[in-house]
Design a protein around this ligand. Sequence first.
Ligand SMILES: [Zn+2]
Ligand SMILES: [Zn+2]
Length: 265
Amino acid sequence: MAMNAISKMVDNVLGKKPVADGQTRPIRSETETMRALTWQGKRNVKVVDVGKPLITHPKDAIIRITSCTICSGSDSHLFNGELPTIDKGLVLGHEGMGIVESIGDEVKKLRVGQRVVIAFDIACGECEHCLKQQYTGCEVTNDSVLQEKFYGHACSGIFGYSRMLGNYDGSQAEYVRVPFADVTCYPVPNEVPDEKALYMSDIACTSLHATELGEVKEGDTVAIWGLGPIGLCAARWCQIKKSEANRCHRSCSRPAEFGAYQARH
Ligand SMILES: [Zn+2]
Ligand SMILES: [Zn+2]
């Protein structure tokens, strides 16, 4: 039996842990539809009509998507069937931005019509981890017991990323429901175009985080494995941090090919 089917059986047996009301059930309109990219099976994704997302919690917002990306790492794992517990029909996408279409009664910082970037990780803003700004450790947005058993602590929910990450519909769609919208959405000034702001949803932050974990500082020589969008942005962050990532080595001014970076030539 395929890994996906087995993992879903285990998921069914373990059950769910309680999270904030209405958060993880993807509730879609039965009367209004939208176009969305959905997972249909291994190496099979399809744009289909699905019900528009509905506000199911007073801290939700519905965002009309104006730009989204295909994540060259994470989405390819889903596409290739490498991540278990994904259900047929899930709307994909965790990197998106758009315009606030509607808000729940308890959304305080956003207004309808505002442009926002949506963070890939869904965070409540109030739990122990969120108060330390460790948003990917949010304790109330991922109901997966299975992930907790695997990793010792479940991480936050992530849009469009299987039952193990909360089973939320994603943003490769005309509309997406954003839980805890005050925390998960970041307003964008009108003069900043989508093409610049969009990367704040994942790529710019993930690549910066990589350089933080690598403790990159001025004068360091840095090698980057894998030169997709994250690798390119990590290289740029290194340059911004005045590292020597844009040179072969300290005494050399020849620009290095990042993918074939060598200290000796
Ligand atoms: Zn991503
Ligand atoms: Zn939280």
